[in-house]
Design a protein around this ligand. Sequence first.
Ligand SMILES: CC[C@H]1O[C@@H](n2cnc3c(N)ncnc32)[C@H](O)[C@@H]1O
Length: 483
Amino acid sequence: MEVTNKKLSDDVFFAEREEVLQQWPTGKGVNFDEAVKYQQSIAHNRRFGNKLAQAVKDGVTLIQPRAGVALYTQHIKLLQYLENEGEADLLPSTVDSYTRLNRYHEAEVGIEKSKESGRSMLNGFPIVNYGVDICRAVTSALDNPVQVRHGTPDARLLTEISIAGGFTSYEGGGISYNIPYSKNHSLEKTIRYWQYTDRLVGMYEEAGVSINREPFGPLTGTLIPPCISNSVAIIEALLAATQGVKDITVGYGQCGNLIQDIAAVRSLKNMTEEYLHKYGFNDVRVTTVFHQWMGGFPQDESKAFGVISWGAAAAALSKATKVIVKTPHEAMGVPTMEANAAGLRATKQIISMLRDQDLREIPEVVKESEIINREVNCILDKIEELGKGDIAIGSIAAFEAGVLDIPFAPSRFNAGKVMPARDNYGAVRILEMGNLPLSQDLKDFHRMKLEERGKFEHRDVSFQMVIDDVYAIGKGFLVGRKN
Ligand SMILES: CC[C@H]1O[C@@H](n2cnc3c(N)ncnc32)[C@H](O)[C@@H]1O
């Protein structure tokens, strides 16, 4: 199918909607006009985009956990605990893995087993199986706005039920929820599925209901060069805006070098706005989200709090609009509500202590940020060229050509030739460029930074550095020094 970056026509959208709402019986519970009315009944301060906009005005960083369990009564209790004991400013509903793969029969079994055992037999909240009314029971039981977080390549039905169910924010994108999450979904398919999601959000916007959209920033969460994750975020912001989305949060996963992390968020915000304006979208509200460390976590809970606090500090100093918080149970799996709340309170402490500090304009950050700007421009210029101005066509061609290439991604549609490694200060640099279209001086810059490390470690720049950096985390380090 030829995917183009054009707003879906009503005919195409509503014909497809017939089929989407029949994918599971709960689809019958979705009625657009009734859902618009329901969304309009949600109070101003319980709408996600409004709380983000207020945080920008106040110059504060909001904290948000991930959380989701199988039984909706327990899910409500969990989210209430996280906003009360955890002091969460924003709430999630993290969707289970079966739902993310459209395997609703298995999600149903998971719900039944959870009812029998009294504990969660799913690793998230199965929104599609529960349907609109139970989702409304969840979202209306909370004081704070609630967002759906997941990892679904085909999220069309999930979007319909989520928004009708009172969620006011929705994470994901056709690239960011495909390449890092799936092996066999083609980009044509997932970019097109997510045009449906964004068109539905656009229709709610046109009916006077604003729904916040958040592309998934961290991608594989392992040594991702900021120019790659920022390029994907900007592309998904443009694809969403084309469908009528007006409220977008672009995201970035912590890499660990403080200067580079702050520079990445700075560049992400500025360039997302620059590209939206370049394409004629002048009424889209842009906010940012910083994801605390997405790599491996220490089992020891005190050390885990160290990692969480480091991510909180970087988020605060980059003035991200919100930070996604990890828990001291990260190494074990789905956290208890107490552990989840503890991660939130540790983060809140750091965020409030650092509230008066802002490192975005210090020279080193500005310099790094300008390098990322130039790298992103090289990538997006090439994508525009490949797509003859159409960034959907260009993005698909870019992955085929390795112009966009996400390190360590499982997708067979990803070239997997780009190899990152850390420089002597822990910043992520590019050891193997693959077909990244960076200018020669930028390629030389990365090489020079890695040579600097090699000299310090008395070894040649080599793939061994990549391996050492991947294993370093388990030993509590960033840079995998030559032993
Ligand atoms: C994007 C991956 C992240 O989502 C987290 N995650 C996935 N499911 C849940 C869950 N059900 N509750 C809390 N955290 C969760 C997981 O720990 C990992 O940090």
